[in-house]
Design a protein around this ligand. Sequence first.
Ligand code: CA
Length: 230
Amino acid sequence: MPDKSILIVEDEAAIREMVRFALQRAEFRTAEAGDVRDARLRIAEARPDLILLDWMLPGVSGVEFARELKGSAVTRDIPIIMVTARAEEEDKVRGLNLGCDDYMTKPFSLPELLARVKAVLRRSQAGGEDEKLAVAGLEMDAAGQRVSASGKAVHLGPTEYKLLHFFMSHPERVYTREQVLDRVWGQGVYVEERTVDVHIRRLRKALEPFGLDGLIQTVRGTGYRFSERP
Ligand code: CA
């Protein structure tokens, strides 16, 4: 995904530099801002394809800025990855319903950063261009809403399809039932957490004939993870 531009909004110069270096090595273009005032100027100069937004900034916080961006018709469609210092903040961002596209907790690894950035960019493009996801012999063509395994069609109900799409675009990460509900069913929708289990079962059943049901893993006491690793 070369040539996409990422705006890094981060007040700690060392982190900004490390992130910029990693993104440029992956052939992204970058712009930087140390606070929200700066960020507004950068966005006015050139609209970024994605914003990495630190939660704690001097003056206006990242949270307030996210709200501002998502509240304006001009900037609403720019994907945002919110970067937080603690897992509790990540939970809060999620709870605040800011419309951010993803969340990352410091300290994060550079491969994780790149994987998140690419996944969010892929999803944000999914509307117009054909989005294709491929993991462990499973292929998803989001434009045509088709899923296949080793070339054979996998038949899924609409909810199982959305669930699988969510997992394939967020691999190797554990999600609680509540988080899965928020991301797949949507926030503010009243559905019991048990419902997630029901649809996970159906999804596994659909993948079973292809020997791929093990991709959807139960993490005891926590939730679910999509992973190629056993
Ligand atoms: Ca900060």
